[in-house]
Design a protein around this ligand. Structure first.
Ligand code: ZN
Length: 131
């Protein structure tokens, strides 16, 4: 009887977690995205470092505008990079796919669309409504 109960418990528990294959899929996808953003960031930072080489005033003006746009993009990408890293850490800790607020499992289809979601649909909606 004890054994049967234990089996039930484990089955149930296992069912609530993402499978190893699913976790591996997310891990690979996240790492791919991370690499892509990292490369892009390196490139942009290089470009920013080259701005000093501009020769006249006109160039400086154009570059200032470019710089501003680049900075916004850079900031967005850095934010995304942090989210990706956080998700990768969660995978390592075994807490990936679990809502940060209510600790409920996040729908896998939702995760596929937004791999670094930290909240389940209902918590996300609640957060959006508060804004
Ligand atoms: Zn939640």
């Amino acid at each position: 009887m004890t054994i049967a109960l234990d089996t039930n418990y484990y089955n149930q528990n296992f069912d609530e977690q993402l499978s190893q294959e699913e976790l591996l899929f997310f891990k690979q996808e996240l790492e791919k995205q991370k690499e892509k953003i990292q490369k892009n960031l390196d490139k942009k930072i290089n470009e920013l470092n080259n701005y000093d080489e501009a020769k006249d005033e006109a160039d400086h003006a154009t570059i200032a505008i470019d710089n501003l746009t680049s900075n916004t993009i850079l900031k967005e990408q850095q934010k995304t990079l942090i989210k990706i890293q956080r998700s990768l850490n969660k995978i390592a800790l075994g807490t990936y796919g679990i809502c940060t607020l209510c600790e409920e499992k996040i729908n896998i289809e939702r995760l596929k669309i937004q791999m670094f979601s930290e909240y389940c649909v209902s918590c996300r909606n609640e957060l959006d409504n508060r804004r």
